[in-house]
Design a protein around this ligand. Sequence first.
Ligand code: THU
Length: 131
Amino acid sequence: MDDLLGLARRLMLRAHAPYSKFHVGAALRAADGSLHGGCNVENAAYPQGLCAEAGAIAAMVAAGQRRIVECVVVGPGPEVITPCGGCRQKLREFASDDLPIHLCGPDGLHRTVTLGQLLPLSFGPSHLETP
Ligand code: THU
């Protein structure tokens, strides 16, 4: 988890967040052990902004990986931040309920939760499999 936290912290510094001033970094470990990260990228047309988790997922898929086994999210302050609803669903596409998500601040780990705790009774790819 220290390697993921280090990556997420570094990427948080690169966030483009001139509107919220709320810098976020995220890092994922894929099933092959590779690490992928992202930061939030805001836009003057506010709804076009991207969360850090979405950037990390896009980087992982572009690198050829499709399975997330561990996730770190780092926020800027003392308050524990959790992935937004949309990002919980984006994570669900590539992870199962038992995915550990480490919620961190600049000082380190605050709390670890699972994707299943954040997104119970989720809808996922298996629901679209033909019987
Ligand atoms: N944000 C993230 O990037 N990830 C989260 O888990 C929560 C929120 C971003 C979106 C926006 O750029 C800023 O934080 C304030 O909401």
